[in-house]
Design a protein around this ligand. Structure first.
Ligand code: AMP
Length: 218
């Protein structure tokens, strides 16, 4: 079997606050594949004040989505790099049906396994209202922590985690991102996961679902 046929190419879906970033990080660590977070890529561009960052900042701060063509270009380039050849975990992409269709057309992304982390809206709102994020490495920490448990960096409230922006991000999620769950749902390599348990529970459920999906496509 070719390396590509056995590659662990995972898409982590779910609304803001579902735990995609945390779970993507754990999965990436366990399977030795890169975590590719489009939100992190954009935040790095904002911090570095690149052309992309300057253009994306206002859109991100308002809780809306950066344009499809820009995001598709970023992901296609990132997936073409050597470190993603044996697999990757995508966090935050695709976010629209157009992005999902573009991902299906990228040879570097095949075959895909898709996991949707399902969490009730009230839990999401509560999680986002108390979320603290490391200003240095982007890690999501427990609100009670004094400093980032991973790198010691300062914990801050993400600009787009403020109450008004969270509402807008959830609205945008329902309008533009939730339809991609239906886009993928009929596939044998799609699984919906209960995201309300502990991070360990959710991680275990994801690993089980991915193993089943990888067997399904064999
Ligand atoms: P996240 O960290 O995934 O919540 O992303 C933070 C913000 O970055 C989002 O609210 C969007 O403004 C932008 N963003 C991240 N990924 C995408 C994407 N795939 N398409 C469009 N905008 C994105």
């Amino acid at each position: 079997m070719s390396a590509q046929a056995t590659a662990l190419n995972l898409v982590m879906l779910g609304p803001p606050g579902a735990g995609k970033g945390t779970q993507a990080e754990r999965f990436a660590h366990r399977y030795g594949v890169p975590k590719i977070s489009t939100g992190d890529i954009l935040r790095e561009a904002v911090a570095a004040e690149t052309e992309l960052g300057v253009a994306a900042k206002q859109v991100m701060d308002a809780g809306r989505l950066v344009g499809d063509d820009i995001m598709i270009g970023i992901v296609a380039e990132r997936l073409s790099r050597k470190d993603a050849a044996a697999g990757f975990v995508l966090d935050g992409f695709p976010r629209t049906v157009r992005q999902a269709e573009a991902l299906d057309a990228m040879p570097d992304a095949q075959p895909l396994i898709v996991v949707d982390i399902v969490v009730p809206e009230a839990t999401l709102v509560q999680r986002l209202a108390t979320r603290r994020t490391c200003a240095r490495c982007g890690y999501s920490a427990l609100p009670a922590a004094d400093a980032c448990p991973k790198c010691g960096g300062e914990l801050v409230v993400r600009v787009d985690d403020s109450a008004g922006v969270v509402r807008e991000r959830l609205r945008v999620y329902h309008e533009q991102t939730a339809p991609i769950v239906e886009f993928y749902r009929g596939r044998p390599t799609f699984a919906a996961i209960d995201g309300t348990g502990t991070p360990d529970d959710v991680h275990a459920a994801i690993c089980t679902a991915v193993a089943a999906a990888a067997g399904e496509r064999a």
